[in-house]
Design a protein around this ligand. Structure first.
Ligand SMILES: Nc1nc2c(ncn2[C@@H]2O[C@H](COP(=O)(O)OP(=O)(O)OP(=O)(O)O)[C@@H](O)[C@H]2O)c(=O)[nH]1
Ligand SMILES: [Mg+2]
Length: 467
């Protein structure tokens, strides 16, 4: 497939701001011709004519970018040419590596725009790669995920999708659906014979298998989302138990104010950390207590909001003092009641201070730590991983991370369930094949084979400029 775009586009592909080098990418039919006009190659101290036009594909030349109207030298640069179809977009691509200053790159771009090249929209290079059939839609989406990945786990998942893991899985499912349809189609072609039982049973067996594969894939979304976006963990408890101290220890810097005054933290404080490749978004909260202070009251409300919003709650108690431990236990019971379905880990802090019979107040599976002496932290993280079923993902398993994919897989599953019901209730054969066809259509939207224009536009509009 080759989707022909009449216009040639250009954008800065490196991040905004000053950098050692900056890359301007140009893609389209006029990329070589236009860049030829603004580039002067220096060869044996003499300028070379038509330097870009004479370049072989996938080579680099050194020279200057000049304004063709004034001959003014804009910057020193390296220019590379990748001729279509062997390029990112399958079109001719020219990349100018200039110095990464804002003014330099703006000037080069504005000269290109004056020559009739159009500014690229966000994600337009990748969109062209998709429209020209170089990558499918799920791979295009993985490009963005790999750019945005903040941890190893997120990067690995995106890389798997980019290499075609999800596409292959979807392809396999679609093959199964085709087999299933073929069985039914034979019966449709010869309506004088009722769909014989054997053909029906084997079609339904295929359908059942496909359903299982689809639901396993759909269920990976829970872990996939965590790997991509992180686990939201809030730290809650009565004042002065060491919540902010834990946040500071885990984030590796003095992010929150710590004092021995109860009620130090007034607002929620968020920090992203990376624990063994898993992104964790930690929220320290204001200590929970009855208060008449207006500001503290708002803080306490926010603490409850943070608990509500989190995947895991670290409920921290201070076991260095019996009365405070009892107070913590009272609050813990209350929180357990209020947030029944939440994953709550009871963490007993200040274990470095000897106190009689305080630990026994809490259940046995509580995690004993001392922020001061940095003990028990590993056990705490193991507990978080266990609750979030992080270890349950097999090394080579295909994982979905996008809500769009999740919704489409669930629609595909629903279509198969409809097909099963139609078969069981002896509905006409074309009803069953329609449901199966519909299932295939939903899967095709994941890879982009069947996709509405506006859905595609929405997907690419979320991309960054220059990709
Ligand atoms: N001995 C000991 N002291 C600790 C430990 N963790 C924190 N502290 C001390 O406990 C006091 C309160 O710590 P914070 O981290 O401010 O407590 P907090 O729960 O954030 O308190 P609020 O913001 O008021 O709710 C400080 O004096 C800390 O140094 C610990 O593991 N052992
Ligand atoms: Mg605090």
């Amino acid at each position: 497939m080759r989707y022909h775009c009449d216009d040639t586009i250009a954008a800065i592909s490196t991040p905004a701001g000053a950098g050692g080098i900056g890359i301007i990418r140009i893609s389209g039919d006029a990329a070589i011709e236009k860049s030829n006009k603004i580039f002067k190659s220096i060869k044996k101290r003499a300028t070379e004519e038509n330097a870009v036009a004479r370049m072989s594909s996938h080579t680099i030349k050194y020279g200057y970018v000049v304004d063709p109207d004034t001959d003014e030298i804009i910057d020193e640069c390296l220019i590379s040419v990748m001729k279509g179809p062997h390029s990112y977009t399958k079109e001719d691509i020219v990349e100018i590596n200039s110095h990464g200053g804002y003014a330099v790159m703006r000037e080069i771009l504005s000269i290109l725009f004056k020559m009739g090249i159009r500014p690229a929209e966000p994600g337009e290079f990748t969109k062209r790669a998709f429209l020209n059939g170089r990558i499918d839609l799920s791979k295009a989406e993985a490009v963005m995920d790999i750019i945005n990945a903040r941890t190893d786990a997120g990067r690995k998942t995106a890389a798997g999708q980019l290499s075609g893991k999800l596409s292959n899985e979807i392809q396999k499912i679609r093959e199964k659906l085709k087999l299933c349809l073929a069985e039914i189609e034979v019966a449709l072609d010869y309506p004088e014979y009722e769909m014989d039982e054997e053909a029906g049973d084997s079609a339904m067996k295929l359908l059942e298998e496909t359903k299982k594969i689809l639901s396993t894939l759909s269920e990976t979304f829970y872990q996939g989302r965590i790997l991509k976006d992180g686990i939201k963990v809030s730290i809650a408890g009565i004042p002065n138990v060491g919540k902010s101290s834990l946040l500071n220890l885990l984030s590796g810097h003095e992010r929150a104010i710590v004092t021995d005054i109860a009620g130090t933290t007034r607002d929620t404080i968020e920090e992203s950390i990376d624990y063994e490749g898993i992104p964790i978004i930690l929220t320290d909260t204001a200590g929970l207590r009855e208060t008449s202070d207006i500001v503290e009251k708002i803080g306490v409300d926010r603490s409850y909001g943070a608990i509500e919003n989190s995947d895991v709650v670290i409920f921290m108690a201070d076991v260095s003092d019996k009365n405070r431990a009892l107070l913590s236990k009272e609050l813990l019971d209350d929180i357990n009641n209020k947030f029944e379905s939440k994953n709550i880990i009871t963490v007993l802090n200040k274990c470095d201070i000897e106190a009689e019979q305080t630990v026994e107040i809490f259940s046995e599976d509580s995690v004993k730590i001392s922020v001061k002496e940095k003990t028990g932290i590993k056990t705490l993280f193991e507990k978080i991983k266990e609750l979030m079923k992080i270890g349950a993902i097999a090394e080579n398993q295909t994982i979905i991370t996008s809500e769009r994919h999740k919704a489409l897989l669930d629609n595909a599953l629903y279509a198969l369930k409809k097909a099963q019901v139609s078969y069981e209730t002896n509905m006409p054969l074309d009803c069953i094949s329609y449901d199966i066809w519909e299932c295939g259509k939903f899967l095709g939207e994941i890879t982009g084979e069947s996709i509405e224009e506006d859905v595609m536009e929405t997907i690419f509009s979320k991309f960054c400029l220059g990709k």
